[in-house]
Structure formats: structure tokens, C-alpha cells
Design a protein around this ligand. Structure first.
Ligand code: ADP
Ligand code: MG
Ligand code: MG
Length: 211
């Protein structure tokens, strides 16, 4: 497939809900040494609500699916990750407007807008040991792969790899944003939970388009 439809967008978020539910214990464990041990629960609750709402009534366009999902994440998740992921999806959805089909280039541009909105809302930059460390290189990898003429499937797979690498690279970093930053140098040596969940979301997107 060379484009995203509303069905594939729903499939992305359903696969994301399954992944964060399957990995909830690991996400919460990552959030124990450098956070408050709730990231897995936050993600499972938020994406569970997204899955239930989208399967009960599926909006007609990819943009509308993302906007509905984003609103739910903001309203259902108490932690920092809810408003941040909610903003990512809402802003990306707004950028897509109401086109019934979204090309790879449109998707890459919308995700870039969403990721920039996350950076602005949280006041964080790439390298601060947050979800941005996975999201930002993933969206860049998506765009550059598409510009090289790769298929959407291949480009999303490379975006997934970039997210995994970006998440892994958070381990040695000292956190500058979020709860982990309160620990100062004691935040070093731990994988950021939000970067780990971002890698799951990118993997789910690649899987949804490959199916
Ligand atoms: P909380 O920290 O409120 O308990 P979560 O545990 O659900 O929320 O999410 C924590 C994750 O949110 C962190 O691992 C980090 O990736 C991300 N995060 C926290 N603050 C920021 C921020 N200011 N900018 C970007 N991401 C952030
Ligand atoms: Mg937490
Ligand atoms: Mg919390």
C-alpha cells in the first residue's frame, strides 16, 4: 500500500493498543527507577480507550481518526504522556484535514507537525531523554526514505528502526525534562520509558501499513 486510509489508521492504533498492553509491565518497570512506575498503566488505559472508541465508531478519514484518538489520550491519561501523545495525534490529524487517503509524504509532514508540537508543549528537545529521542529521528527517517523513492512500507520500517535506535540511545543520557530530570545524574544508565513506548507506536504503524 502506498497510502494511509481510515481503516489502516484505525489498525495502527489498535495494534498500538495491543502492543502497549502486552508491554505494559515492561514500560512500568522502566518508569520505576527514573519515574513513578505508571507509564505502562497510563499507556494501556489511554490506548485501550482509543481502541474501544475507534472500533465502536470509526471516523471517516485518517485525519478524523487521529484527532479522535488524540482527544481521548488527553482526556483519559493523567500522566505527562497523555497530553504529549494526545497532542502528537491531534496536531497530525489536524494537518491531514479530511482527505480520505493520505500519501506517505502527507503522513511524514503531518507527523513532523505533531512531533514539533510535542517539543513545544513539553519544552523539550531531542537529546533531553524523552519520547522525542525516538519520535524525532523516526519521522526524519520516514521523510528521507520516502524522498529516496522507497515504498511507504520500507520507509516506515526504517522509521521503526530509527525509533528503536533513538530509544536505546537514551540510556546513557542525563534527563533534562520530565520526572526523570529530578534525579539529575542518577537518571543516567536507564532507558526512558516514553522513548520505549514511542518505539512501540512506530512499530505498530509499520505493521499496520504492511498488513
Ligand atoms: P508521568 O511522568 O507524568 O508519570 P508517564 O510516566 O506516563 O507520565 O510518561 C513519562 C514519559 O513522558 C517520559 O518517559 C518521557 O518520555 C515523557 N515526557 C515527560 N516529560 C516530557 C516533556 N516535557 N517532553 C517530552 N516528553 C516528556
Ligand atoms: Mg510515570
Ligand atoms: Mg505519573
Amino acid at each position: 500500500p502506498s497510502a494511509l486510509t481510515n481503516e489502516r489508521t484505525v489498525r495502527w492504533l489498535v495494534l498500538a493498543a495491543e502492543a502497549v498492553s502486552r508491554e505494559a509491565d515492561r514500560l512500568t518497570e522502566l518508569d520505576s527507577p527514573i519515574g513513578d512506575a505508571d507509564h505502562g498503566n497510563n499507556m494501556r488505559r489511554g490506548f485501550g480507550a482509543v481502541r474501544d472508541s475507534l472500533t465502536a465508531e470509526t471516523p471517516e478519514t485518517p485525519g478524523a481518526v487521529l484527532r479522535q484518538a488524540g482527544r481521548l489520550l488527553v482526556s483519559k491519561v493523567g500522566g505527562a504522556s497523555g497530553p504529549l501523545y494526545g497532542t502528537l495525534l491531534r496536531r497530525a490529524g489536524k494537518e491531514l484535514g479530511d482527505s480520505p487517503e493520505v500519501s506517505g509524504a502527507d503522513l511524514a509532514a503531518a507527523l513532523r507537525t505533531g512531533v514539533d508540537a510535542v517539543a513545544q508543549l513539553g519544552g523539550a528537545a531531542t537529546g533531553d531523554k524523552t519520547m522525542l529521542d525516538a519520535l524525532d529521528p523516526a519521522v526524519t527517517a520516514l521523510r528521507t526514505a520516502l524522498e529516496r523513492g522507497e515504498t511507504l512500507e520500507a520507509a516506515l520500517s526504517q522509521a521503526g528502526t530509527a525509533a528503536d535506535e533513538g530509544a536505546a540511545a537514551t540510556v546513557p543520557i542525563r534527563a533534562r525534562k520530565g520526572r526523570a530530570s529530578y534525579l539529575g545524574e542518577r537518571s543516567e544508565g536507564h532507558l526512558d520509558p516514553g522513548a520505549a513506548s514511542s518505539a512501540l507506536l512506530l512499530a505498530a504503524l509499520a505493521e499496520a501499513v504492511a498488513q
